[in-house]
Structures are given as C-alpha cells and as structure tokens.
Design a protein around this ligand. Structure first.
Ligand SMILES: [Zn+2]
Length: 425
C-alpha cells in the first residue's frame, strides 16, 4: 500500500520553536509554508521592475535556506503555498492591474486574471521561489475567480476590456455573456423565480435547460472562467516541472465541490494536470461561502436574507443533506460531518486524471467578524475534537491519499494528536 501522508499549513515561527515535535508527536511529514522572497540584481524573471516583490536581506535569506535544509534533513517534505490571483502588495494601488466587476467597479482585493503583467509577475514569483529555495513542491492557492463570499457585485469579475478580449479569443461571445449575465441578475430580483426552486426542493433538468435556453451567455461565462483557470494551471505546472525537475510536486487548493466550478475550478480539469488536489473541505465555509452575496443582494433586491439563503442551499444541493437554514443559522453553525462524505463522493467521481487527493480540514473553532460580510461567523457550536476525528475517519473510508490540517498553529493540540492516530491506524 502507498504511504499515507499527513500535511499541515504551519507558520515558520511555530516550526522554529520546535520542529522535531511536529514529526515526532504529531506525525506531520509534509509542511505547507510561506517563505519570503530574496531578490538580487541577477534575478531575470521580472520584465516590469515595478512588480518585483519585496526582498529580505541576504543574511535573512541565508538563514532561511539553512533552516529549510535542516527541516528536510529531519524528514519533512516542504511545499510552498503560493496565492495566485490575489492582490499582492504594490499591486493594490494600481487599478489597471486589478479586477473590474460587471458593474464597472474596480475590485481591489483581486487582480485581473488575464492581465499579461499579472501573469508575468506570478511566473516571476514561482520561478524565483524554485530558484532560491530547495523545496519539494508548490501548492497553488487562490487559483480561481472570486466566490460569492466577497459580495454580490465583486463575485461578477473580471469584466475588464482585456478579459472581454480574452473571452473572444477563447471563442466566446463577450457581448452575449455580459447581456445574459445582466439579464439573469434581473431575473434573480423576482421573488417568484427564487421561491420556485425552494418550493420544488431543487433544480430540475427542465429548469436548467430553460435557463440555458434563455441565458446561454450565463453558461458561457462559467465555461470561460473554467477554461481560463485550466489554461493557467497548465502553463504554471509546465513551468514548475521544467524549473523544479520531474519530481517537483505541483498541487492546488480547490474550493469545496459545491462552490468550485462557480469560481472557475474544475476538479476534473485539475486532476488531469496537477499531482495533488487539496479540496478545502471546511464544513463551516462550505455553507458560509454565499453569505456576503446574500446580504448585499438582499439590500439591492428587497428579497429577504433567509429566502436568498434558502435559495442557495437548494440550488447548490446543500439542502439535500442539511435541510434549509436561515441566514443567521448558517452564519453561526457549520454543516454536519456528512458534508465531508458527500464532498468526497463527488471528488472521487471527478478525479478522472487520477490525481492524489489530500483534503484540507479546518481544525480550530472560529468566531470572528468577517471583513466582507461585516457580521459574526462562528463554528463553535459544531467544531470540536469529535467532529475532527469523525471527519478523518470519513476521509479514510473514502480513500483520501493524504490529509492536511488548516492550520496547525491554531488547532487544539490534543485533538491533532488523536486525529493523526486515527489517520494512521
Ligand atoms: Zn480582467
């Protein structure tokens, strides 16, 4: 049997305190870390010098190289988590590089995913990391379009001139996309339309065909997002395998199956390209992901938050196993562990390329004010040790190849030890 792996996102600070215990006591063999850039005058990767990331000093860099060596010598595999389409420092002021919504607004938390300069910067970052650190792989994070958690308007990105041209280049009709997506948003304002799905307890084939018939551009938009992300993943993977060597591992974090395609991430596409897929199976975020869009659209449309929350639970399929919940119930709870099982069933079917599946589990109680939602989110009523252990059992039953904790620093340490025991027993 193949060796099972246990990974975790973990900070350098915690590793520096006592990395030996991470393997010895917690059995974690694969680290997901961030390492700072060191950029010297010889770095050839950034055509636009204004986009070069901030560099640490040479001495700090040498320290990091030494520390990475030490970790590897102790037996760890080192993967760098690299956030792809986020607004890195130095970019968030430059509106020409940022995403633009369907409504013409600049959205400063995300970059334009088709912008040449942005893509050059991403490639530069990745090649630099591979050059300067002796690592085993890179896990692509945020390699997607926006999710509804950023708000209703921000979800509809990117519609800048460059993206419209890119749609055309890929064989889509940008005019039809803009017009149909806009018309569909108008339709969403209709209470009867929204209610019909809740009353019918789901989306029937006839509903989907009817929407496709009237708004083909809506489907083209999702298709465009999926194809673009697929193209970028292919291109970055080729570069990483070329620079890092054939054994260099390429992985990607994907939104849970309920949300992935909405943001342009196709499990089947990714499974044909990358070595490891890391589905973020967070039982809380799986149900929270639509809340900001609901709150914002409720104030635009006058439809109630509860109605709109029910709507996304039904059309996404969450209602099948969790029933309907109000806006506040969603915000202050999480899905049950069965959501992990349902997710893995889908992922195993979608894994046509035979990628390794390493689900990521949330390991700590959360209770905070979300910056986009501007309301409290809490998983405290459900997130406990039993929940974590049961999730691990379900992943084992579903033949997951690896398991990743998000994230070690904040997890209940006794629960993590027991989870490792369940995972390896
Ligand atoms: Zn764009």
């Amino acid at each position: 049997m193949m060796k099972k792996h246990l990974g975790s996102f973990i900070s350098l600070k915690v590793l520096k305190e006592n990395y030996r215990s991470i393997i010895d006591e917690y059995k974690i063999d694969t680290l997901h870390i961030h390492l700072p850039y060191y950029i010297d005058d010889q770095n050839p990767y950034y055509a636009d010098k204004t986009l070069i990331p901030k560099s640490i000093t040479y001495d700090e860099y040498k320290e990091n190289v030494k520390f990475v060596r030490e970790l590897k010598d102790y037996g760890f595999k080192i993967y760098i988590a690299y956030p792809v389409f986020v607004s890195h420092e130095g970019i968030n002021e430059r509106s020409e590089l940022l995403a633009r919504t369907l409504f013409g607004k600049v959205y400063s938390f995300r970059v334009c995913p088709t912008n040449k300069k942005i893509i050059e910067r991403i490639i530069g970052d990745i090649r630099t990391i591979i050059d300067i650190y002796d690592i085993d792989g890179i896990i692509l994070d945020y390699i997607r379009f926006e999710s509804p958690m950023a708000g209703f308007e921000n979800f509809f990105m990117c519609f800048c001139d460059n993206c419209l041209k890119e749609m055309e280049r890929k064989g889509f009709n940008p005019k039809r996309i803009v017009s149909d997506v806009s018309k569909f948003i108008d339709l969403l304002h209709t209470e009867d339309f929204v209610k019909s799905f809740i009353n019918n307890k789901g989306l029937a084939v006839v509903d989907i065909l009817e929407i496709y018939d009237n708004y083909p551009g809506l489907f083209e938009w999702f298709r465009f997002k999926k194809e673009h992300i697929e193209e970028i993943v292919k291109m970055l993977t080729r570069i990483m395998k070329n620079d890092g060597g054939r054994n260099f591992i390429v992985g990607a974090n994907l939104l849970s199956p309920w949300w992935s395609l909405i943001a342009g991430q196709s499990y089947s596409s990714f499974s044909r390209i990358v070595d490891i897929i890391e589905p973020m199976l967070y039982a809380d975020w799986m149900q929270w992901e639509g809340l900001t869009a609901v709150k914002e659209f409720s104030s635009i449309s006058g439809l109630s938050r509860d109605l709109l929350t029910n709507f996304y639970f039904v059309i996404l399929g969450l209602a099948y196993f969790s029933g309907l919940k109000s806006f506040d119930e969603v915000r202050l709870s999480s899905l049950g562990v069965e959501s992990i099982n349902y997710s893995m069933n889908k992922i195993n079917i979608w894994n046509v390329g035979g990628a390794k599946i390493w689900p990521v589990l949330m390991v700590n109680p959360l209770d905070f004010i979300h910056k986009f939602l501007n309301e409290r989110l809490s998983n405290k009523s459900t997130m406990n040790k039993e929940f974590l252990l049961e999730s691990v059992r379900i992943l084992k039953e579903n033949n997951a190849d690896g398991l990743v904790f998000f994230m070690f620093d904040r997890g209940d340490k006794e629960a993590l030890k027991e989870a490792a025991k369940v995972w390896f027993e």
